[in-house]
Design a protein around this ligand. Structure first.
Ligand SMILES: [Zn+2]
Ligand SMILES: [Zn+2]
Length: 346
């Protein structure tokens, strides 16, 4: 089969590898849709190294059709439409036991430890099937949107930490797919408004098209002043950092009211140590929260939000390529011209 193989940092080529076969407890799916994540680009550029193998196949946001079922698998059959939560928790460590399987000490992930979805076929390991990481795709949901259940589930996880409540004022930094998903979650959670900031005009337009009422070009407008104008001078209840620019973490501290929540959703590069005005956290009693990966429960929530139309996945996908064209797909994803870039079956 064809696969996009990462041989090392900045060394990404399409090649031919053996088509996987389902061993005991495993299934093989024909990948119908796989989307490129910002993390994939950080791995390609050598900015994320933890858990990364060479050579390997990336791709952890995907859905497909079951085409081979291994001995002992009873819950799935050929032709089933499935999508997969790629992060497999051990279900036994201290974190799994307290309901934080997203930070499981022994977690293994498809697209990292196991080969991922930028290929024609993908083998789902037995541990993922045992743990319940494989989900039927609801009939109302197409493969393209089902692939987005993974990033949306990550947003669901971070969004819980952000603690948006009814009537809140929410500011989101970054109007890429992640920022747009957070904006929709904020609307669903009853935020009174969302202000989203991004220097990229295409992304601001995408936010407006999705019903976000306030956008800001931070290169031309004073974001803090705009936000204060909307909140009687107080600032937002919640700020969500949806782009991994380290200096924005400090900016976000100045955008929330006293007692507000700053959620550092986006990942940063290894070694990023931006200066922070710690007195803002101290005197303003700001709650700073993080976000790491996803849970199986969050994945199911995400699938349901997409299938019910509460969140429109289709319109987040702006570009499509085949596996053969994977390097071009990555270039597009990196260009800033795209929202989500999809790699689909030929
Ligand atoms: Zn991802
Ligand atoms: Zn665990």
């Amino acid at each position: 089969m064809k696969a996009a193989i990462l041989h090392g940092p900045n060394d990404f080529r399409v090649g031919t590898v053996e088509t996987p076969k389902a061993g005991p407890g495993e299934i093989v799916i024909k990948v119908k849709a796989a989307t490129i994540c910002g993390t994939d680009i950080r791995i390609l550029r050598g900015k994320k190294t933890k858990g990364v193998r060479f050579p390997s196949v990336l791709g952890h946001e995907f859905a497909g059709e079951v085409v081979d079922v291994g001995q002992g698998v009873t819950r799935f059959k050929c032709t089933d439409r499935v999508s997969v939560d790629p992060v497999v928790p051990c279900r036994a460590c201290a974190y799994c036991r307290i309901g934080m399987e997203n930070v499981c000490l022994n977690r293994q992930a498809i697209g990292y430890e196991f080969d991922g979805a930028f290929a024609e076929y993908l083998k789902v390991p037995a541990v993922a099937i045992e743990a319940g990481n494989v989900f039927p795709v609801p009939a109302s949901l197409d493969y393209r949107a089902a692939a987005l259940a993974e990033p949306l589930a990550c947003c669901v996880n971070g969004f819980r930490n952000a603690g948006v409540k009814l009537g809140d004022a929410v500011v989101i930094l970054g109007a890429g797919p992640i920022g747009l998903m957070h904006a929709e979650l904020a609307r669903l959670a009853g935020a009174r408004f969302v202000l989203i900031s991004d220097p990229n005009g295409m992304r601001r337009d995408a936010a407006l098209a999705r019903g976000v009422t306030h956008v800001c070009d931070p290169e031309k407008e004073d974001l803090a002043a705009k936000l204060k104008g909307l909140t009687d001078g107080l600032g937002a209840d919640v700020a969500i950092l949806a782009i991994g620019v380290p200096s924005l973490a400090n900016d976000a501290l100045a955008l929330v009211r006293k007692g507000g929540n700053v959620n550092l959703f986006a990942g940063f590069s290894t070694g990023d140590m931006p200066p922070m005005d710690v007195n803002l956290i101290h005197y303003n009693e700001i709650i700073v929260t993080g976000a790491s990966a996803l849970t199986r429960q969050g994945y199911e929530t995400a699938l349901n939000l997409l299938a019910s139309g509460q969140i429109n996945g289709d319109t987040l996908i702006t570009h499509e390529f085949t596996v053969d064209e994977a390097p071009a797909a990555f270039a597009e994803a990196e260009s800033g011209r795209a929202l989500k870039v999809l790699i689909r079956d030929a």
